[in-house]
Design a protein around this ligand. Structure first.
Ligand SMILES: NC(=O)c1ccc[n+]([C@@H]2O[C@H](COP(=O)([O-])OP(=O)(O)OC[C@H]3O[C@@H](n4cnc5c(N)ncnc54)[C@H](O)[C@@H]3O)[C@@H](O)[C@H]2O)c1
Ligand SMILES: [Zn+2]
Length: 347
């Protein structure tokens, strides 16, 4: 077992890492309330829900299960009344807690429900996708989507505990594993040349799996450090958006149909490095290095969409919200900085 402590004053919590942990989560969850509602999706439920619920019962909790359809559609504002109704039916009080068992969709939704039900109740994150284990389960950003866009209604609501079982990745599809790898590569790019070199040396998923525990731990440690410095996302935390300005724009450009989030971020990381290299803002050769590691993990680095057109939409959205377009650049692999920019940068 390994542990990290996320130090956020009264909102602090542990992240616990252990292979096989999913079969005895009850040993780690120490909450005052006696009722727990486990929220999960219909893919994850069939594999892990029984073990999780029975371990919680063995630990003395009254556990119930809410299984929702898998996929981003579930993370919608419209689903909330039905979820709150279920919590009321189970007589979940402010002393009780929710458990998010699944990927980022379940984690974000469950966290948002926890943040808002009865003005806020505790929740525990048990992330099962790579993306959720290295990224979305830590840091307390919780949200649901509106028809107008993703994550438009949300809160900062930290979990009481995060439980990471790297063995859960054995049942995750290759496509979702690949998707999560974009975030893993991102951490190496922005903060950790040693991690980046390790990913490079592993040369792909099969080489990486024997050291996946170490890699997840390292990513979480980076996220911990960034979140501790900037819980509310006003400065340092924006570094986590490396590859995301262009990536998000590209996802949107294709109406979220052609490219997954990880694929779009991968293209975004390469494109921003390429453009910044041309302008002398990033060490030469960085873009090609990023491209090599991305493709080793099955991620694309180029796309046919016209750069400038892709970004114009985002630049306009930002302007309408009174925000500046700030992008994250690499000085070189492992060192990142914020750079205020505009759509011209991508011309
Ligand atoms: N809160 C944050 O800071 C943050 C950060 C990044 C992303 N996100 C959000 O995360 C969401 C994406 O998360 P995701 O990629 O995990 O998607 P997801 O939750 O949809 O999970 C991906 C797929 O894998 C399945 N799955 C998950 N774990 C599995 C396992 N162990 N075995 C078999 N199948 C498994 C799920 O059922 C789903 O079909 C997006 O909504 C995004 O906005 C949030
Ligand atoms: Zn991302």
């Amino acid at each position: 077992m390994k542990k990290l402590f996320v130090d956020l004053g009264k909102n602090s919590y542990d992240i616990i890492f252990e292979r096989g942990l999913l079969s005895h989560v009850g040993d780690y969850i120490k909450l005052d309330g006696k009722k727990l509602l486990v929220m999960t999706d219909d893919n994850v439920a069939g594999i892990y829900a029984d073990a999780v619920v029975s371990s919680l019962e063995k630990a003395g909790y009254e556990a119930s299960l809410l299984v929702l359809p898998h996929g981003e559609k579930t993370k919608s504002f419209d689903i909330l009344p039905a979820v709150y109704a279920r919590l009321l039916k189970e007589r979940i009080t402010r002393k009780d807690a929710l458990v998010a068992l699944g990927g980022g969709v379940i984690g974000d939704l469950c966290g948002f429900v926890a943040a808002t039900y009865l003005r806020g109740i505790p929740f525990v994150q048990i992330p099962t996708s790579l993306l959720a284990q290295v990224d979305s389960s830590i840091g307390g950003k919780v949200a649901v989507d509106l028809p107008e866009g993703k994550n438009l209604v949300g809160a900062f609501w930290q979990p009481k505990l995060v439980l990471v079982d790297p063995d859960a990745l054995n049942t995750l599809s290759d496509a979702f594993f690949t998707d999560g790898m974009a975030e893993v590569i991102k951490y190496g790019c922005i903060k950790d040349k040693k991690l980046f070199d390790l990913l490079d040396a592993c040369g792909g998923k099969s080489g990486l799996m024997p050291v996946i525990d170490e890699v997840i731990y390292r990513c979480c440690d980076i996220k911990r450090e960034v979140v501790e410095k900037d819980e509310k996302d006003k400065g340092e935390r924006m570094l986590l958006n490396f590859g995301h300005t262009y990536g998000h724009a590209l996802e949107k450009y294709y109406n979220f149909e052609k490219l997954s989030h990880g694929m779009a971020v991968s293209v975004g990381m390469y494109e921003i490095c390429r453009l910044a290299e041309e302008k002398g803002l990033t060490e030469k050769g960085t873009a090609e290095t990023v491209a090599r590691v991305c493709s080793a993990y099955g991620l694309p680095h180029t796309d046919d969409a016209p750069c400038r057109k892709v970004v114009e939409g985002v630049a306009n959205d930002k302007k309408n919200l009174g925000d500046k377009l700030v992008t994250v650049l690499l000085k070189k692999i492992g060192e990142s900085y914020l750079y205020p920019t505009d759509a011209e940068f991508f011309a």
